[in-house]
Ligand binder design. Structure first.
Ligand SMILES: Cc1cc2nc3c(=O)[nH]c(=O)nc-3n(C[C@H](O)[C@H](O)[C@H](O)COP(=O)(O)O)c2cc1C
Length: 242
């Protein structure tokens, strides 16, 4: 089985900066400059709290895409709750584990990155979420909000957010089993994770907005992804309401 159709779809549906005529080379240079320092630092997250929170139907009814963020730091425990709800583990037996959101074949090709921009108790930077021990691994230090906003067609609210989740896919993980059909499953997996994150945000008193309008290659470059196997799917901005 080959993955040509899926890969071609992914490539051909990318937004490119070219038609927007804003001088893409300039922005590219700016992104490179923002990669201030490659770091290798693990940050443990507060244990997720499964005991508290609002009843699920109330939470569902209150979810709305909202984009006006207060300049108020988000406490790290809220970031922890949202990350766990999106992509954390909810079952473990030896090496076998299952996550909070369903995934076709339990392959979990969706990865979750965090851009911490205004988080109380966490240095600003780009992190990869490590579900296996509910921790973060810092990739780069610095505030990536402006670069993300620029790469998302200047949707400036991304830079005003306390934090942004970036869902990527390791396409090869799904294709190993499902070939081209993996691409369908991957987008569905990301939707499940994003909805869990949105509901967790409501429960924490945060607002959020999903964002899928972005220049793929620029976000991939910010995250330093290997485009042969991995790519950005979805962004989500979180913070307190203004
Ligand atoms: C796949 C997807 C992509 C979206 N991309 C964007 C986006 O790039 N920018 C934005 O402001 N909102 C974006 N949204 C939010 C929608 O505009 C929003 O969900 C819609 O207006 C319905 O409002 P509600 O989420 O409050 O129910 C996106 C939503 C989805 C599901």
């Amino acid at each position: 089985m080959t993955e040509e159709i899926g890969k071609a779809f992914q490539d051909k549906t990318k937004y490119q900066r070219e038609p927007y005529s804003q001088g893409h080379l300039e922005w590219q240079q700016r992104i490179e400059k923002l990669k201030i320092q490659m770091v290798d630092k693990s940050v443990s997250l507060p244990e997720p709290d499964f005991t508290d929170g609002k009843p699920v139907f109330q939470v569902i009814s209150r979810r709305r895409s909202r984009r006006e963020f207060a300049r108020k730091p988000v406490p790290l425990p809220f970031v922890s709750q949202v990350l766990w709800a999106a992509s954390g583990l909810s079952f473990r037996k030896g090496d076998f584990y299952l996550k909070t959101a369903p995934s076709a074949g339990a392959l979990y090709p969706v990865e979750t990155y965090l851009s911490a921009q205004l988080v109380d108790g966490l240095e600003s930077g780009l992190y990869r979420y490590q579900a296996e021990n509910h921790s973060l691994r810092m990739k780069y230090a610095g505030n990536f909000g402006p670069a993300l906003a620029s790469s998302a067609l200047n949707q400036d609210f991304l830079s005003q957010a306390g934090f942004v989740l970036l869902f990527t896919a390791v396409f090869t993980k799904g294709c190993w089993k499902y070939g081209d059909r993996a691409f369908r499953y991957i987008y569905l997996d990301a939707g499940h994770a994003a909805q869990n994150a949105a509901l967790a945000a409501v429960s924490c008193g945060l607002i959020c907005c999903p964002v899928a309008a972005f220049f793929d290659d620029e976000i991939n470059s910010i995250l330093d992804l290997n485009p042969a196997r991995e790519g950005i799917l979805y962004l989500m901005a979180f913070g307190f309401p203004a």
